[in-house]
Design a protein around this ligand. Structure first.
Ligand code: NDP
Ligand code: 2IT
Length: 450
Protein backbone atom coordinates (compact mmCIF):
# COMPACT_ATOMS: atom_id res chain seq x y z
CA UNK A 1 0.00 0.00 0.00
CA UNK A 2 1.26 3.52 -0.82
CA UNK A 3 2.35 5.69 2.14
CA UNK A 4 -0.67 8.02 1.86
CA UNK A 5 -3.19 5.18 1.99
CA UNK A 6 -1.34 3.56 4.89
CA UNK A 7 -1.48 6.81 6.90
CA UNK A 8 -5.19 7.14 6.12
CA UNK A 9 -5.78 3.60 7.41
CA UNK A 10 -3.94 4.39 10.67
CA UNK A 11 -5.92 7.60 11.09
CA UNK A 12 -9.22 5.88 10.33
CA UNK A 13 -8.51 3.00 12.72
CA UNK A 14 -7.53 5.39 15.55
CA UNK A 15 -10.92 7.04 15.23
CA UNK A 16 -12.76 3.73 15.03
CA UNK A 17 -11.04 2.36 18.16
CA UNK A 18 -11.79 5.60 20.02
CA UNK A 19 -15.47 5.42 19.08
CA UNK A 20 -15.67 1.70 19.92
CA UNK A 21 -13.50 1.11 23.00
CA UNK A 22 -13.00 -2.48 24.19
CA UNK A 23 -14.14 -4.05 20.90
CA UNK A 24 -11.01 -5.83 19.60
CA UNK A 25 -12.78 -8.30 17.29
CA UNK A 26 -14.76 -5.53 15.63
CA UNK A 27 -11.60 -3.43 15.15
CA UNK A 28 -9.80 -6.46 13.68
CA UNK A 29 -12.54 -7.14 11.11
CA UNK A 30 -12.68 -3.46 10.09
CA UNK A 31 -8.88 -3.17 9.87
CA UNK A 32 -8.65 -6.11 7.45
CA UNK A 33 -11.29 -4.57 5.19
CA UNK A 34 -10.11 -0.95 5.36
CA UNK A 35 -6.51 -1.95 4.57
CA UNK A 36 -7.63 -3.25 1.19
CA UNK A 37 -10.32 -0.65 0.48
CA UNK A 38 -8.48 2.56 1.33
CA UNK A 39 -6.47 2.95 -1.91
CA UNK A 40 -9.69 2.37 -3.91
CA UNK A 41 -11.70 4.85 -1.83
CA UNK A 42 -8.94 7.47 -2.14
CA UNK A 43 -9.27 7.11 -5.92
CA UNK A 44 -13.04 7.68 -5.81
CA UNK A 45 -14.09 11.18 -4.73
CA UNK A 46 -17.79 10.25 -4.55
CA UNK A 47 -17.14 7.62 -1.88
CA UNK A 48 -14.94 10.02 0.08
CA UNK A 49 -17.43 12.86 -0.08
CA UNK A 50 -20.18 10.50 1.07
CA UNK A 51 -18.00 9.47 4.09
CA UNK A 52 -18.75 5.95 3.00
CA UNK A 53 -16.24 4.12 5.22
CA UNK A 54 -17.35 6.02 8.33
CA UNK A 55 -20.98 5.17 7.57
CA UNK A 56 -20.36 1.52 6.69
CA UNK A 57 -18.55 0.90 9.97
CA UNK A 58 -21.41 2.27 12.10
CA UNK A 59 -24.31 -0.21 12.54
CA UNK A 60 -27.79 1.07 11.70
CA UNK A 61 -28.81 0.04 15.22
CA UNK A 62 -28.09 -2.44 18.02
CA UNK A 63 -30.81 -3.90 20.23
CA UNK A 64 -29.62 -5.17 23.64
CA UNK A 65 -31.96 -7.01 25.96
CA UNK A 66 -32.26 -9.20 29.04
CA UNK A 67 -33.37 -12.82 28.70
CA UNK A 68 -34.69 -14.45 31.90
CA UNK A 69 -35.56 -18.13 32.01
CA UNK A 70 -36.01 -20.87 34.57
CA UNK A 71 -33.64 -23.89 34.69
CA UNK A 72 -34.67 -27.48 35.48
CA UNK A 73 -33.96 -26.93 39.19
CA UNK A 74 -36.35 -23.99 39.30
CA UNK A 75 -33.57 -21.38 39.53
CA UNK A 76 -33.97 -18.10 37.64
CA UNK A 77 -31.19 -17.47 35.12
CA UNK A 78 -30.37 -14.18 33.38
CA UNK A 79 -28.55 -13.79 30.06
CA UNK A 80 -27.88 -10.89 27.73
CA UNK A 81 -28.88 -10.95 24.06
CA UNK A 82 -28.22 -8.65 21.13
CA UNK A 83 -29.32 -8.08 17.55
CA UNK A 84 -26.93 -5.95 15.50
CA UNK A 85 -28.75 -4.56 12.46
CA UNK A 86 -25.70 -3.45 10.55
CA UNK A 87 -26.72 -2.35 7.07
CA UNK A 88 -29.90 -2.83 5.02
CA UNK A 89 -28.89 -0.89 1.91
CA UNK A 90 -29.35 -3.82 -0.48
CA UNK A 91 -32.00 -5.87 1.35
CA UNK A 92 -33.47 -6.78 4.75
CA UNK A 93 -30.92 -7.47 7.51
CA UNK A 94 -29.81 -11.12 7.30
CA UNK A 95 -27.47 -13.12 9.49
CA UNK A 96 -27.27 -15.79 12.14
CA UNK A 97 -27.70 -15.94 15.90
CA UNK A 98 -24.79 -17.23 18.02
CA UNK A 99 -25.26 -18.77 21.49
CA UNK A 100 -21.90 -19.08 23.25
CA UNK A 101 -20.59 -17.89 26.64
CA UNK A 102 -17.91 -15.78 24.87
CA UNK A 103 -20.42 -13.74 22.86
CA UNK A 104 -19.99 -9.99 23.36
CA UNK A 105 -21.12 -6.90 21.48
CA UNK A 106 -17.66 -6.78 19.87
CA UNK A 107 -17.99 -10.32 18.50
CA UNK A 108 -21.46 -9.64 17.10
CA UNK A 109 -20.38 -6.35 15.54
CA UNK A 110 -17.47 -8.05 13.78
CA UNK A 111 -19.81 -10.76 12.52
CA UNK A 112 -22.47 -8.25 11.42
CA UNK A 113 -19.87 -6.14 9.60
CA UNK A 114 -18.47 -9.16 7.75
CA UNK A 115 -22.01 -10.26 6.92
CA UNK A 116 -22.70 -7.02 5.00
CA UNK A 117 -19.90 -7.80 2.52
CA UNK A 118 -20.60 -11.54 2.41
CA UNK A 119 -24.28 -11.08 1.66
CA UNK A 120 -23.47 -8.54 -1.04
CA UNK A 121 -21.12 -11.09 -2.66
CA UNK A 122 -23.90 -13.69 -2.92
CA UNK A 123 -25.66 -11.45 -5.46
CA UNK A 124 -28.93 -11.87 -3.52
CA UNK A 125 -30.86 -8.92 -2.04
CA UNK A 126 -29.70 -9.28 1.57
CA UNK A 127 -28.41 -6.68 4.02
CA UNK A 128 -26.18 -7.64 6.94
CA UNK A 129 -26.96 -8.35 10.58
CA UNK A 130 -26.02 -10.70 13.39
CA UNK A 131 -27.30 -11.54 16.83
CA UNK A 132 -26.81 -13.85 19.73
CA UNK A 133 -26.58 -14.31 23.45
CA UNK A 134 -23.99 -15.16 26.09
CA UNK A 135 -25.99 -18.34 26.76
CA UNK A 136 -24.17 -21.69 26.81
CA UNK A 137 -26.32 -24.48 25.37
CA UNK A 138 -23.71 -27.09 26.41
CA UNK A 139 -24.99 -29.33 29.17
CA UNK A 140 -28.50 -27.80 29.09
CA UNK A 141 -31.55 -30.02 28.69
CA UNK A 142 -33.83 -29.65 25.64
CA UNK A 143 -36.44 -28.06 27.91
CA UNK A 144 -33.95 -25.49 29.22
CA UNK A 145 -32.90 -24.60 25.67
CA UNK A 146 -36.57 -24.30 24.69
CA UNK A 147 -37.39 -22.00 27.59
CA UNK A 148 -34.38 -19.84 26.77
CA UNK A 149 -35.28 -19.61 23.06
CA UNK A 150 -38.91 -18.77 23.84
CA UNK A 151 -37.95 -16.08 26.33
CA UNK A 152 -35.46 -14.57 23.88
CA UNK A 153 -38.07 -14.47 21.12
CA UNK A 154 -40.59 -12.62 23.30
CA UNK A 155 -38.33 -9.57 22.89
CA UNK A 156 -36.65 -10.32 19.55
CA UNK A 157 -39.90 -10.75 17.61
CA UNK A 158 -40.58 -6.98 17.80
CA UNK A 159 -37.41 -6.24 15.83
CA UNK A 160 -37.49 -8.87 13.06
CA UNK A 161 -39.74 -9.79 10.13
CA UNK A 162 -39.55 -11.34 6.67
CA UNK A 163 -38.93 -7.92 5.07
CA UNK A 164 -37.07 -6.40 8.05
CA UNK A 165 -34.52 -8.78 9.54
CA UNK A 166 -34.20 -12.53 9.05
CA UNK A 167 -32.11 -14.46 11.63
CA UNK A 168 -30.68 -17.98 11.21
CA UNK A 169 -28.16 -20.25 12.97
CA UNK A 170 -24.47 -19.94 13.85
CA UNK A 171 -22.33 -21.40 16.66
CA UNK A 172 -24.59 -23.04 19.24
CA UNK A 173 -27.71 -22.42 17.14
CA UNK A 174 -28.72 -25.34 14.94
CA UNK A 175 -31.94 -27.07 13.90
CA UNK A 176 -33.16 -27.46 17.51
CA UNK A 177 -32.72 -23.81 18.46
CA UNK A 178 -34.07 -22.40 15.17
CA UNK A 179 -37.17 -24.62 15.58
CA UNK A 180 -37.82 -23.39 19.12
CA UNK A 181 -37.32 -19.76 18.06
CA UNK A 182 -39.50 -20.08 14.95
CA UNK A 183 -42.28 -21.86 16.88
CA UNK A 184 -42.41 -19.03 19.42
CA UNK A 185 -42.19 -16.34 16.71
CA UNK A 186 -45.11 -17.88 14.80
CA UNK A 187 -47.17 -18.00 17.98
CA UNK A 188 -46.43 -14.38 18.87
CA UNK A 189 -47.13 -12.82 15.47
CA UNK A 190 -49.83 -15.29 14.39
CA UNK A 191 -48.39 -15.43 10.87
CA UNK A 192 -46.51 -18.20 9.07
CA UNK A 193 -43.76 -16.36 7.17
CA UNK A 194 -40.09 -16.96 6.48
CA UNK A 195 -38.67 -14.70 9.20
CA UNK A 196 -36.08 -17.29 10.22
CA UNK A 197 -34.02 -19.54 7.94
CA UNK A 198 -32.50 -22.91 8.66
CA UNK A 199 -35.98 -24.15 9.53
CA UNK A 200 -36.97 -27.84 9.51
CA UNK A 201 -37.93 -29.28 6.12
CA UNK A 202 -41.51 -29.88 7.30
CA UNK A 203 -42.07 -26.22 8.10
CA UNK A 204 -40.53 -24.07 5.39
CA UNK A 205 -36.88 -25.08 5.53
CA UNK A 206 -34.85 -25.52 2.34
CA UNK A 207 -33.16 -28.69 1.21
CA UNK A 208 -29.34 -28.34 1.35
CA UNK A 209 -29.41 -25.47 3.92
CA UNK A 210 -27.93 -27.80 6.58
CA UNK A 211 -25.07 -28.74 4.25
CA UNK A 212 -24.74 -25.38 2.47
CA UNK A 213 -21.89 -23.67 4.34
CA UNK A 214 -19.61 -26.72 4.22
CA UNK A 215 -20.52 -27.64 0.64
CA UNK A 216 -20.16 -24.03 -0.51
CA UNK A 217 -16.77 -23.72 1.13
CA UNK A 218 -15.50 -26.80 -0.71
CA UNK A 219 -17.00 -25.53 -4.01
CA UNK A 220 -15.09 -22.27 -3.47
CA UNK A 221 -11.88 -24.21 -2.77
CA UNK A 222 -12.41 -26.28 -5.90
CA UNK A 223 -12.90 -23.06 -7.88
CA UNK A 224 -9.60 -21.64 -6.58
CA UNK A 225 -7.78 -24.87 -7.45
CA UNK A 226 -9.41 -25.19 -10.89
CA UNK A 227 -8.35 -21.61 -11.64
CA UNK A 228 -4.71 -22.77 -11.46
CA UNK A 229 -5.42 -26.04 -13.28
CA UNK A 230 -5.55 -28.20 -10.14
CA UNK A 231 -8.26 -29.91 -8.05
CA UNK A 232 -8.97 -31.52 -4.67
CA UNK A 233 -8.37 -35.05 -5.97
CA UNK A 234 -5.62 -36.75 -3.94
CA UNK A 235 -5.10 -33.79 -1.56
CA UNK A 236 -4.58 -34.25 2.19
CA UNK A 237 -7.03 -32.02 4.03
CA UNK A 238 -7.09 -30.67 7.61
CA UNK A 239 -10.43 -29.46 9.00
CA UNK A 240 -10.96 -27.80 12.39
CA UNK A 241 -14.19 -27.88 14.38
CA UNK A 242 -16.73 -30.69 14.37
CA UNK A 243 -19.98 -28.77 14.14
CA UNK A 244 -22.29 -28.00 11.24
CA UNK A 245 -19.75 -26.35 8.94
CA UNK A 246 -16.95 -28.84 9.63
CA UNK A 247 -19.10 -31.95 9.09
CA UNK A 248 -20.38 -30.96 5.64
CA UNK A 249 -16.98 -29.62 4.60
CA UNK A 250 -15.54 -33.07 5.32
CA UNK A 251 -18.38 -34.75 3.42
CA UNK A 252 -17.96 -32.70 0.23
CA UNK A 253 -14.12 -32.62 0.33
CA UNK A 254 -14.12 -36.43 0.60
CA UNK A 255 -16.66 -36.74 -2.23
CA UNK A 256 -14.37 -34.65 -4.45
CA UNK A 257 -11.38 -36.90 -3.80
CA UNK A 258 -9.67 -35.28 -0.81
CA UNK A 259 -8.52 -37.24 2.26
CA UNK A 260 -9.57 -35.46 5.47
CA UNK A 261 -7.33 -36.35 8.42
CA UNK A 262 -8.41 -34.05 11.27
CA UNK A 263 -11.40 -32.71 13.21
CA UNK A 264 -11.39 -30.80 16.49
CA UNK A 265 -13.43 -29.10 19.19
CA UNK A 266 -12.53 -26.61 21.89
CA UNK A 267 -10.84 -29.40 23.92
CA UNK A 268 -8.55 -30.92 21.25
CA UNK A 269 -7.90 -32.48 17.84
CA UNK A 270 -8.18 -35.98 16.41
CA UNK A 271 -5.62 -37.04 13.80
CA UNK A 272 -6.70 -39.95 11.62
CA UNK A 273 -4.07 -40.45 8.86
CA UNK A 274 -6.21 -43.15 7.24
CA UNK A 275 -8.87 -40.54 6.49
CA UNK A 276 -12.35 -39.77 7.83
CA UNK A 277 -14.45 -41.89 5.45
CA UNK A 278 -18.26 -41.48 5.05
CA UNK A 279 -19.04 -44.14 7.70
CA UNK A 280 -16.80 -42.49 10.28
CA UNK A 281 -18.29 -39.10 9.37
CA UNK A 282 -21.82 -40.40 9.89
CA UNK A 283 -20.68 -41.55 13.35
CA UNK A 284 -19.36 -37.99 14.02
CA UNK A 285 -22.63 -36.45 12.83
CA UNK A 286 -24.63 -38.59 15.24
CA UNK A 287 -22.09 -37.89 18.03
CA UNK A 288 -22.40 -34.13 17.56
CA UNK A 289 -25.99 -33.61 16.39
CA UNK A 290 -27.77 -36.31 18.41
CA UNK A 291 -25.62 -37.23 21.42
CA UNK A 292 -23.90 -33.82 21.70
CA UNK A 293 -20.64 -35.58 22.61
CA UNK A 294 -16.94 -34.60 22.41
CA UNK A 295 -14.55 -35.27 19.49
CA UNK A 296 -12.17 -37.14 21.84
CA UNK A 297 -14.64 -40.07 21.62
CA UNK A 298 -13.71 -40.45 17.91
CA UNK A 299 -10.13 -41.35 18.86
CA UNK A 300 -11.43 -43.97 21.31
CA UNK A 301 -13.92 -45.38 18.76
CA UNK A 302 -11.55 -45.56 15.78
CA UNK A 303 -8.19 -45.99 17.54
CA UNK A 304 -6.37 -42.88 16.35
CA UNK A 305 -4.36 -40.08 17.97
CA UNK A 306 -6.06 -37.45 20.16
CA UNK A 307 -4.10 -34.23 20.67
CA UNK A 308 -5.44 -32.73 23.90
CA UNK A 309 -5.65 -28.92 23.85
CA UNK A 310 -4.24 -28.71 20.29
CA UNK A 311 -5.57 -27.29 17.02
CA UNK A 312 -5.05 -29.23 13.78
CA UNK A 313 -2.49 -26.87 12.22
CA UNK A 314 0.60 -28.91 13.13
CA UNK A 315 -0.50 -31.79 10.90
CA UNK A 316 0.99 -31.91 7.36
CA UNK A 317 -1.71 -31.06 4.79
CA UNK A 318 -2.22 -29.58 1.31
CA UNK A 319 -5.51 -27.90 2.13
CA UNK A 320 -6.72 -26.40 5.44
CA UNK A 321 -10.35 -25.59 6.19
CA UNK A 322 -10.67 -23.71 9.51
CA UNK A 323 -14.32 -24.35 10.45
CA UNK A 324 -14.51 -23.71 14.22
CA UNK A 325 -14.28 -20.08 15.33
CA UNK A 326 -12.54 -16.68 15.09
CA UNK A 327 -8.78 -16.32 15.60
CA UNK A 328 -8.08 -20.05 15.57
CA UNK A 329 -5.09 -19.54 13.22
CA UNK A 330 -2.46 -17.37 14.86
CA UNK A 331 0.76 -16.26 13.15
CA UNK A 332 2.66 -19.28 14.55
CA UNK A 333 -0.05 -21.63 13.20
CA UNK A 334 0.09 -19.94 9.78
CA UNK A 335 3.89 -20.35 9.72
CA UNK A 336 3.56 -24.01 10.72
CA UNK A 337 1.02 -24.65 7.95
CA UNK A 338 3.29 -22.94 5.40
CA UNK A 339 6.34 -24.85 6.64
CA UNK A 340 4.42 -28.09 6.11
CA UNK A 341 3.60 -27.10 2.53
CA UNK A 342 -0.04 -25.98 2.71
CA UNK A 343 -1.28 -24.88 -0.75
CA UNK A 344 -4.81 -23.72 0.10
CA UNK A 345 -6.45 -22.18 3.17
CA UNK A 346 -10.20 -21.86 2.73
CA UNK A 347 -12.21 -20.36 5.60
CA UNK A 348 -15.45 -22.04 6.71
CA UNK A 349 -15.45 -20.15 10.01
CA UNK A 350 -15.75 -16.36 10.26
CA UNK A 351 -12.41 -14.53 10.69
CA UNK A 352 -10.54 -17.67 11.77
CA UNK A 353 -7.16 -16.15 10.83
CA UNK A 354 -5.53 -13.30 12.74
CA UNK A 355 -4.38 -10.37 10.59
CA UNK A 356 -0.66 -11.26 10.76
CA UNK A 357 -1.58 -14.82 9.71
CA UNK A 358 -3.52 -13.42 6.74
CA UNK A 359 -0.46 -11.37 5.75
CA UNK A 360 1.74 -14.50 6.01
CA UNK A 361 -0.57 -16.41 3.64
CA UNK A 362 -0.71 -13.50 1.18
CA UNK A 363 3.07 -12.98 1.28
CA UNK A 364 3.52 -16.71 0.54
CA UNK A 365 1.07 -16.32 -2.39
CA UNK A 366 -0.85 -19.49 -1.56
CA UNK A 367 -4.55 -19.79 -2.43
CA UNK A 368 -6.21 -18.06 0.52
CA UNK A 369 -10.02 -17.93 0.44
CA UNK A 370 -11.26 -15.44 3.07
CA UNK A 371 -14.41 -16.23 5.04
CA UNK A 372 -16.70 -13.62 3.51
CA UNK A 373 -16.26 -15.30 0.12
CA UNK A 374 -15.60 -18.92 1.07
CA UNK A 375 -18.38 -19.45 3.63
CA UNK A 376 -21.09 -17.42 1.86
CA UNK A 377 -22.87 -20.61 0.76
CA UNK A 378 -24.72 -20.87 4.07
CA UNK A 379 -26.33 -17.47 3.88
CA UNK A 380 -26.70 -17.95 0.11
CA UNK A 381 -28.99 -20.94 0.64
CA UNK A 382 -30.70 -19.03 3.46
CA UNK A 383 -31.51 -16.44 0.77
CA UNK A 384 -32.89 -19.26 -1.39
CA UNK A 385 -34.99 -20.41 1.57
CA UNK A 386 -36.45 -16.89 1.79
CA UNK A 387 -37.25 -17.01 -1.95
CA UNK A 388 -38.96 -20.40 -1.63
CA UNK A 389 -40.98 -19.19 1.39
CA UNK A 390 -42.08 -16.07 -0.49
CA UNK A 391 -43.08 -18.18 -3.51
CA UNK A 392 -44.77 -20.79 -1.25
CA UNK A 393 -43.00 -23.69 -2.93
CA UNK A 394 -39.96 -25.91 -2.41
CA UNK A 395 -37.17 -26.58 -4.86
CA UNK A 396 -35.59 -30.03 -5.22
CA UNK A 397 -32.21 -30.92 -3.71
CA UNK A 398 -30.66 -30.85 -7.22
CA UNK A 399 -32.10 -27.40 -7.94
CA UNK A 400 -30.84 -25.87 -4.67
CA UNK A 401 -27.43 -27.50 -4.97
CA UNK A 402 -27.07 -26.25 -8.57
CA UNK A 403 -27.99 -22.72 -7.43
CA UNK A 404 -25.49 -22.97 -4.55
CA UNK A 405 -22.76 -24.00 -6.98
CA UNK A 406 -23.76 -21.10 -9.23
CA UNK A 407 -23.51 -18.65 -6.30
CA UNK A 408 -20.05 -19.92 -5.28
CA UNK A 409 -18.79 -19.86 -8.90
CA UNK A 410 -20.05 -16.28 -9.27
CA UNK A 411 -18.38 -15.19 -6.03
CA UNK A 412 -15.13 -16.72 -7.26
CA UNK A 413 -15.48 -14.86 -10.55
CA UNK A 414 -16.13 -11.55 -8.76
CA UNK A 415 -13.06 -12.03 -6.54
CA UNK A 416 -10.87 -12.69 -9.58
CA UNK A 417 -12.33 -9.67 -11.37
CA UNK A 418 -11.73 -7.24 -8.50
CA UNK A 419 -8.47 -8.63 -7.07
CA UNK A 420 -4.98 -7.19 -7.31
CA UNK A 421 -3.31 -9.76 -9.53
CA UNK A 422 0.40 -10.30 -9.59
CA UNK A 423 1.67 -12.63 -12.28
CA UNK A 424 -1.61 -14.55 -12.36
CA UNK A 425 -1.83 -15.04 -8.56
CA UNK A 426 -5.21 -13.94 -7.26
CA UNK A 427 -5.48 -11.95 -4.01
CA UNK A 428 -8.91 -13.16 -2.87
CA UNK A 429 -8.86 -10.79 0.14
CA UNK A 430 -8.77 -7.62 -1.93
CA UNK A 431 -11.10 -9.20 -4.51
CA UNK A 432 -13.78 -10.18 -1.96
CA UNK A 433 -13.58 -6.91 -0.03
CA UNK A 434 -13.85 -4.73 -3.14
CA UNK A 435 -16.55 -6.75 -4.87
CA UNK A 436 -18.66 -6.85 -1.68
CA UNK A 437 -18.09 -3.15 -1.00
CA UNK A 438 -18.95 -1.65 -4.38
CA UNK A 439 -22.56 -2.85 -4.48
CA UNK A 440 -23.37 -1.64 -0.95
CA UNK A 441 -21.46 1.63 -1.32
CA UNK A 442 -23.18 2.47 -4.63
CA UNK A 443 -26.59 1.88 -3.03
CA UNK A 444 -25.67 4.15 -0.12
CA UNK A 445 -24.44 6.90 -2.42
CA UNK A 446 -27.67 6.64 -4.45
CA UNK A 447 -29.81 7.06 -1.31
CA UNK A 448 -28.12 10.36 -0.41
CA UNK A 449 -27.58 11.22 3.22
CA UNK A 450 -29.58 8.59 5.14
P1 NDP B 1 -21.37 -25.30 15.60
O1 NDP B 1 -21.88 -24.80 16.90
O2 NDP B 1 -22.15 -26.32 14.86
O3 NDP B 1 -19.90 -25.88 15.78
C1 NDP B 1 -18.87 -25.09 16.27
C2 NDP B 1 -17.59 -25.91 16.33
O4 NDP B 1 -16.51 -25.03 16.61
C3 NDP B 1 -17.60 -26.94 17.45
O5 NDP B 1 -16.79 -28.02 17.09
C4 NDP B 1 -16.98 -26.15 18.61
O6 NDP B 1 -16.37 -26.95 19.61
C5 NDP B 1 -15.93 -25.33 17.89
N1 NDP B 1 -15.71 -24.09 18.64
C6 NDP B 1 -16.63 -23.14 18.93
N2 NDP B 1 -16.08 -22.17 19.68
C7 NDP B 1 -14.79 -22.52 19.85
C8 NDP B 1 -13.70 -21.93 20.51
N3 NDP B 1 -13.83 -20.76 21.18
N4 NDP B 1 -12.49 -22.57 20.47
C9 NDP B 1 -12.37 -23.75 19.80
N5 NDP B 1 -13.37 -24.36 19.15
C10 NDP B 1 -14.55 -23.76 19.17
O7 NDP B 1 -21.15 -23.99 14.71
P2 NDP B 1 -21.02 -23.87 13.12
O8 NDP B 1 -20.35 -25.07 12.56
O9 NDP B 1 -22.33 -23.44 12.60
O10 NDP B 1 -20.05 -22.61 12.99
C11 NDP B 1 -18.63 -22.73 12.89
C12 NDP B 1 -18.05 -21.48 12.27
O11 NDP B 1 -18.61 -21.29 10.96
C13 NDP B 1 -18.33 -20.17 13.02
O12 NDP B 1 -17.24 -19.30 12.85
C14 NDP B 1 -19.55 -19.61 12.28
O13 NDP B 1 -19.67 -18.21 12.44
C15 NDP B 1 -19.19 -19.99 10.86
N6 NDP B 1 -20.30 -20.01 9.90
C16 NDP B 1 -21.41 -20.77 10.13
C17 NDP B 1 -22.42 -20.81 9.19
C18 NDP B 1 -23.61 -21.68 9.35
O14 NDP B 1 -24.42 -21.74 8.41
N7 NDP B 1 -23.77 -22.41 10.45
C19 NDP B 1 -22.36 -19.99 7.96
C20 NDP B 1 -21.11 -19.28 7.79
C21 NDP B 1 -20.14 -19.30 8.74
P3 NDP B 1 -17.05 -27.08 21.06
O15 NDP B 1 -18.23 -27.98 20.85
O16 NDP B 1 -16.00 -27.65 21.94
O17 NDP B 1 -17.46 -25.69 21.48
O1 2IT C 1 -22.06 -16.44 9.24
C1 2IT C 1 -23.02 -16.76 8.50
O2 2IT C 1 -23.05 -16.44 7.30
C2 2IT C 1 -24.10 -17.56 9.08
N1 2IT C 1 -24.02 -17.93 10.25
C3 2IT C 1 -25.31 -17.88 8.25
C4 2IT C 1 -26.28 -16.73 8.26
C5 2IT C 1 -27.62 -17.00 7.62
O3 2IT C 1 -28.43 -16.07 7.66
O4 2IT C 1 -27.86 -18.09 7.10
Amino acid sequence: MAGGASQEVDHFMKGLVKRNPGEPEFAQAVQEVVETLMPFVLDHKDYQQAQILERMTEPDRVVIFRVCWEDDQGHIRTNRAWRVQFNNSIGPYKGGMRFHPNVTLSVLKFLGFEQVFKNSLTGLPMGGGKGGANFNPKGKSDNEVMRFCQSLMIELHRHIGEDTDVPAGDIGVGAREVSYMFGQYKRLVNRFVGTLTGKGLAFGGSLVRTEATGYGCVYFCQNMLNHIGDGLEGKTVAVSGSGNVAIYTVQKATELGGKVVTLSDSAGTIYDPKGIDPDKLEWVRALKEERRGRIKEYAEEFGCEYQEGKRPWGVPCDVAFPCATQNEIELADAKELLKNGVKVVCEGANMPTKIDGVHAFLDAKILYGPAKAANAGGVGVSGLEQSQNALRLSWSREEVDARLQGIMNDIHGKCVHYSDQEGGWVNYVSGANLAGFVKVADAMVAYGVV
